[in-house]
Design a protein around this ligand. Sequence first.
Ligand code: C2E
Ligand code: CA
Ligand code: CA
Ligand code: CA
Length: 274
Amino acid sequence: AKSEGRGTYRLFEPHFERERLERRRTEVELAAALDRGELNLVFQPQVDVESERIVGFEALVRWDHPTRGRILPGAFIPVAEGSRLINRLDAYVLRSACEQAKELPGVTISVNMSPLNLRHAGMVDNIIATLRQTDFDPRRLEIEITESAILDASAEGQDALARLRGLGVRLALDDFGTGHASLVHVRRFPITKIKIDKSFILNLGVQRDAASIVEYVVRLGRSLGITLTAEGVETREQLRFLRAFGAHQAQGYLFSPPLPLQAAAALLKRQAEA
Ligand code: C2E
Ligand code: CA
Ligand code: CA
Ligand code: CA
């Protein structure tokens, strides 16, 4: 009778209500996790397509939960974006990345920035303060923003990007091809890199359209003087396509998964000695 009762109760509890409570719980826990330092970074190499040498690392956040174990960003970034927590999270990641990148000399460090942060008035000032406090060269920092952010960038957002670029910070357009941004939009912003979304790379050699799209984006991007990076490169065949099209950089499991700082530093050191 008891289990029957519980089942009945569920029927009356709308799905969205449970989801809302779950999100709320994650939100509260995430705020505490930020305070307790449970968020950690891993670093994934970005390589030059021709030489396959590491030219940068993308910092990706992980939540090491005391009981639930390691949680991937897909499970908590959307929750953070639903509240003001995303500002704190991205600021925390930026600061940690700038501090830890001292172990990764000579290469670019890329940090993801939620589109919501673009509208946050204090964002640029916060980045400037962080760069200064961590004594990090702005020219070594790359901020990755998704193309949706570009599309709805307000005047303030555009201004923020221009200010960052003025400091020497590089700006990468993430997940290119998944939204509605075109290269026309790209030209209106001080973008220095386009990251072609992994869904297109996955289909290289599988779907003829994917190859055409990638080739087209690489050509146009190159003609605009923008660095072209492919994400999610998993096979040699995909890399061959990218070489043929003239893409500059690649990132993906073919080269390395995201690594803990010490492993990333070791990889870089081995390369310097080779
Ligand atoms: P993203 O920026 O597109 O990051 C690339 C994702 O692809 C990462 O997932 C990475 O681990 C994964 N990946 C790398 N190589 C391969 C590959 O060869 N094949 C496949 N299938 N996947 C690959 P991850 O680490 O789970 O991050 C997911 C997303 O969460 C990121 O997508 C980014 O949008 C967001 N994110 C991560 N860290 C942060 C952060 O600090 N702040 C913000 N705002 N967002 C973040
Ligand atoms: Ca990214
Ligand atoms: Ca991406
Ligand atoms: Ca993505």
